[in-house]
Design a protein around this ligand. Structure first.
Ligand SMILES: Nc1nc2c(ncn2[C@@H]2O[C@H](COP(=O)(O)OP(=O)(O)OP(=O)(O)O)[C@@H](O)[C@H]2O)c(=O)[nH]1
Length: 378
């Protein structure tokens, strides 16, 4: 253990709704870490941790840890703390970036680095100091989802809009708020969105961004996190009250455990499924399927294998109405295998898989070997 590891390692927690631009932010910071040696812990919902793979690919850094299978809350609070401690003890780094799942509430994650976890006897203060909490908000999604003219705060809190709660949590609980995807929203709308966000979040520094391109010094080492001030915020107080009434159980509503209270995902009607397949897709049929995108899918991400491009890894990312697909690398020594994660409300896994199976190239088509391919080549 190096001398510096006896010091508390500052932590920036990045949260935000599905597809808002968290991974884009983490990659942006890793490209310009301001002289810090940054380690990253990523949590994704879904069996395949695409975010960790993408980040690991782009940074060529071995300090990326993934905690798949659920959001960072509850039981995973203790896993997160254990993993963070293990990282601190085995690898030398002086800054920790934590990317929370797009459906995890930021407060339980922040608790890991302030008060620890009921299920772990590790004292986070022996290793870490929560420095900054950052929320990434998709300005376009916000604009589309909520009509800002109609008094957003009330509408956002109505029970028939449960997903909005996740969004509100991430807005309310942060020191720095990136209003991202500003390229997709007209300027006059942006001003109104910012006013509404400011109403929900009076304290944070709000920064408008495109592709999460913020000066990294505004999210690393700001020293803005203030436990007492955060405690006074609505969301934080509510959570403290919850955890006192449930005791240790409040640390256990992950979707994979046996407790009878619902997970964050269940409470918001969200599930995820992974499609894996070695047979390549037929380019035109896959494109047609993308064009006919299901409204139940909130977020999808992954890699796919396309007929006619045996060596190329095709990347795929969808968030709301924006779908991006194109080459991101070469399979190299790996066997090509499509791995797509879908997150949505009331997903029908079987029909989704069957629709994707229908997009696969047949043996005859593969033998014929020539494909009309609408996807970008670079
Ligand atoms: N147009 C536009 N697209 C963006 C912007 N920021 C990110 N994106 C795209 O939005 C998609 C989602 O971005 P990510 O960074 O993966 O989002 P995320 O919050 O990590 O997503 P989850 O991990 O699924 O919650 C990607 O295709 C990004 O390239 C932006 O400012 N403008």
């Amino acid at each position: 253990m190096s001398d510096t590891q006896h010091d508390q390692i500052p932590v920036t927690l990045v949260s935000g709704y599905l597809g808002s631009g968290k991974t884009t932010l983490v990659n942006h910071v890793l490209n310009d870490p301001q002289g810090h040696d940054v380690a990253v812990i990523v949590n994704d919902m879904g069996e395949v941790n695409i975010d960790a793979e993408l980040i690991a690919d782009s940074s060529e850094d071995d300090g990326v840890v993934d905690l798949s299978n659920g959001c960072i809350c509850c039981r995973l609070q203790s896993d997160l703390l254990t993993e963070a401690k293990r990282l601190a003890e085995t690898r030398s780094f002086d800054y920790l970036l934590v990317e929370a799942s797009g459906i995890s509430e930021p407060i339980p994650v922040a608790q890991v680095f302030t008060v620890g976890s009921d299920e772990s006897d590790v004292d986070p203060a022996d290793y870490f100091r929560l420095d900054t909490t950052v929320s990434v908000v998709d300005a376009y999604g916000f604009w589309k989802e909520f009509d800002v003219d109609e008094g957003v705060p009330d509408r956002m809190r109505t029970p028939d809009r449960p997903l909005a709660d996740v969004l509100v949590d991430s807005i309310e609980f942060c020191d720095v708020l990136l209003l991202n995807k500003c390229d997709m929203v007209p300027d006059d709308e942006l001003a109104r969105i910012e006013a509404v966000v400011r109403e929900l979040q009076p304290r944070a520094e709000i920064i408008r961004t495109e592709y999460s391109a913020v000066d990294p010094s505004l999210v690393l080492g700001t020293g803005r996190f203030d436990f007492e001030q955060a405690r006074r915020e609505v969301g934080w107080k509510r959570h403290l009250a919850d955890s006192h009434s449930h005791g240790a159980e409040s640390a256990s509503h992950d979707k994979h455990d046996d407790h009878d209270h619902p997970s964050t995902a269940e409470r918001h009607g969200i599930s995820s499924t992974v499609y894996r397949q070695q047979r390549p897709f037929h380019p035109k049929r896959l494109q047609a399927w993308f064009d006919d995108w299901s409204g139940d899918i909130v977020r999808a991400k992954g890699f796919f294998h396309l007929a006619g491009r045996p060596d190329t890894v095709m990347g795929f990312s969808q968030a709301g109405p924006s779908i991006q697909a194109g080459p991101i690398g070469a399979w190299g020594d790996d066997d090509p295998e499509t791995r797509l994660v879908f997150i949505g409300t009331n997903l029908d896994d079987l029909s989704l898989a069957s629709e994707l199976d229908d997009c696969l190239a047949t043996d005859d088509e593969l033998d014929a070997g020539s494909f009309d391919d609408p996807f970008p080549t670079t």
